[in-house]
Every structure is written in structure tokens, then in C-alpha cells.
Design a protein. Structure first.
Lengths: 111, 113
């Protein structure tokens, strides 16, 4: 079945850029999403990209999509302590409703 | 409209008891989803409604689980004869269509003791 893979942890220094990577298997994926989850909180949609796009930028966030390699990344510029959270990659396939989720990447900020 | 609301936030129940959770989606969203999340994992799809119709139910969902959305607005998720393995965060989300992402509620954390 479809699968989404992410590294479990990423550690960066405050002020540096963070790059969180995700790979997926479903080549028919239409929309690809990044969600943020802070401790004890729900999932917050950060950004998404449609499969016919290569890049999307939104303030400090840049999403890159390589459809050939089925690779999605989220870059957070000037990482702050408030960016500490778990970041989930999710993809929507041909089905109109179900998202397939990665296990999440925990972003750790070092002072 | 302040987003997706879920009630209760936390529920502790004894094994074997029934529990019911409620979700109030964003009012103009016709699609509603239930997911379950355990520690260290991404959400697992449980079920999906478009308006009042339940269009899909995950194979993960045993017969002890049932969900309703009687008037196409709020939804309830009931778990009968709870087991310790049912302990998880139950997340509700809504959306208005194929574009964009879901808006999630804060979840209901269930602990079965």
C-alpha cells in the first residue's frame, strides 16, 4: 500500500534553517501537506503544495517537491524556539478524502 | 466560527465501558473525518463523512466502533466495550472540498484503565 517516510528527529541551532524531508510511494498523489503538532495540541496545517508545482514559499516556509524522486521537503528559515514541534508530511492520492501520513519528524532547537 | 471543536478533551474510562465523543466541524465544511493517533505515530484514518453519508470506514475499525453524522453537521464517535488498546488521541477534522487541507480539532484523549 501507499507509504510516507520521514526521519524521526532533526536537531538545528536557533537561527539556522531547518530542512525536513519526506518520501512517498504513491505517484498519483495530488496534494501534499505539512502539518505541525505541538505537545498536547492538535494538528495545524502549515502549508500544502499541488502536484503540478515544484516549489511554494510562504514567509519563512519553503516547500520543494520532486515528483520524479517522490520527495517533499519543508524548509524553515531562521528557526526559532517556537518552531519546536513534530512536523508531519501527508499526501492525498486519487481518493478524494484519505490522507496518508508519515510518522512525524521531531524538530529540536539548540540554543 | 472558531474552528473544529471536540468534546471532551480528555476521557478516562474503565475497560468494558462505552464512550462517546463529539465533533463540531467548521459550519461550511461538508466533509468530516475521524482519525486516531497514538504516541509517536501519525494519524490513522478511521472514517469519513460527506454531509450525513458515511462514505468510508477503515478496516482498522472494529465493530465496536460506530460513527454518525445525522444532520450533516456535528458527528459522534462511539466505542463500545472499550479495551486498553483503544487508548489514543481521537482527532476530528473537516474540509470543504478536494483542495487544501483539513482543519483539525484539538482531539479527545482517551485512556482506558
Amino acid at each position: 500500500g501507499e507509504d510516507v517516510e520521514q526521519s524521526l528527529f532533526l536537531s538545528v541551532r536557533e537561527g539556522d534553517s531547518s530542512v525536513i524531508n519526506c518520501t512517498y510511494t504513491d505517484s498519483s498523489s495530488t496534494y501534499l501537506y505539512w502539518y505541525k503538532q505541538e505537545p498536547g495540541a492538535g494538528l495545524q496545517l502549515l502549508t500544502y503544495i499541488f502536484s503540478n508545482m515544484d516549489m511554494k514559499q510562504d514567509q519563512r516556509l519553503t516547500v520543494l517537491l520532486n515528483k520524479k524522486d517522490k520527495h517533499l521537503s519543508l524548509r524553515i528559515a531562521d528557526t526559532q524556539t517556537g518552531d519546536s514541534a513534530i512536523y508531519f508530511c501527508a499526501v492525498r492520492g486519487n481518493s478524494n478524502y484519505q490522507l496518508i501520513w508519515g510518522a512525524g519528524t521531531k524538530l529540536i532547537i539548540k540554543p | 466560527d472558531t474552528g473544529v471543536s471536540q468534546d471532551p478533551r480528555h476521557k478516562i474510562t474503565k475497560r468494558g465501558q462505552n464512550v462517546t465523543f463529539r465533533c463540531d466541524p467548521i459550519s461550511e465544511h461538508n466533509r468530516l473525518y475521524w482519525y486516531r493517533q497514538t504516541l509517536g505515530q501519525g494519524p490513522e484514518f478511521l472514517t469519513y463523512f460527506q454531509n450525513e453519508a458515511q462514505l468510508e470506514k477503515s478496516r482498522l475499525l472494529s465493530d465496536r466502533f460506530s460513527a454518525e453524522r445525522p444532520k450533516g453537521s456535528f458527528s459522534t464517535l462511539e466505542i463500545q466495550r472499550t479495551e486498553q488498546g483503544d487508548s489514543a488521541m481521537y482527532l476530528c477534522a473537516s474540509s470543504s472540498g478536494a483542495q487544501g487541507g483539513y482543519t483539525f480539532g484539538s482531539g479527545t484523549r482517551l485512556t482506558v484503565v
